[in-house]
Design a protein around this ligand. Structure first.
Ligand code: SAM
Length: 191
């Protein structure tokens, strides 16, 4: 389902803004079928991929069979299955609008970051497409960039910036009556 929604441009922007370096350890939270993980392992990082859905992780294991740079863990936003201060980067692409409490999810991602580690969240700007809620299980209709900045600050993230990812996320409603095109932001900060 991912292709057609957003593409390589978002992933590249996320990695470039964070200045990802090989041989580091990253967490991909709400990993889905591994779009972010795939880009990270290509750049020589090891990845802990976390998702609440066993089906997603099963699909990911099938897709990346033979790659030993990925550690798959089932887990929830409020209690990530990773110890404190473990990873150099946390990436969360199109994940935050699915969680009940974005501020708690952000704090939990900050908890697993090492000191000076980087948090990169890519998600939707605020929008009015209700079918994304009913058909795509979105809990949040995107976010105001100032809220993301505020939540990063509350979670003790330094030097937060929120920028355009340079792409829109596009989706068609099941009935075919509505077409959503929503801009994507990239938020970066450091622990
Ligand atoms: C839209 S998909 C994005 C997948 C992936 N990050 C990508 O870039 O393609 C959102 C993912 O977040 C996971 N997810 C949603 N809510 C979650 C939660 N509360 N805890 C953990 N994972 C969650 C879903 O299972 C799904 O795989």
């Amino acid at each position: 389902m991912r292709e057609g929604f957003y593409s390589e441009a978002v992933r590249k922007k996320a990695f470039d803004i964070a200045g990802v370096q090989s041989d580091k350890l990253a967490a991909d939270i709400g990993a889905g079928t591994g779009f972010i993980t795939e880009g990270l392992i290509k750049r020589g990082l090891k990845v802990i991929a976390v998702d609440q859905s066993e089906a997603m992780l099963t699909e990911m294991r099938r897709k990346f069979i033979g790659f030993d740079a990925i550690d798959y863990r089932i887990g929830e936003a409020e209690e990530l299955p990773i110890s404190d201060e473990t990873v150099d980067y946390v990436f969360a692409n199109m994940y935050l609008h699915h969680v009940e409490s974005p501020i708690e999810a952000i704090k939990e991602m900050v908890r697993i970051l090492k000191s000076e580690g980087k948090l990169v969240v890519t998600d939707l700007d605020e929008h009015n497409f209700r079918f994304l809620r009913s058909e795509h299980h979105d809990l949040w209709m995107g976010f105001k960039r100032e809220d993301i900045k505020k939540w990063f600050k509350e979670a003790r993230i330094k030097n937060a910036i929120v920028d355009c990812a340079g792409e829109n996320c596009c989706a068609q409603s099941g009935s075919g009556d509505e077409h959503a095109s929503v801009s994507i932001f990239v938020a970066l900060g450091e622990k």
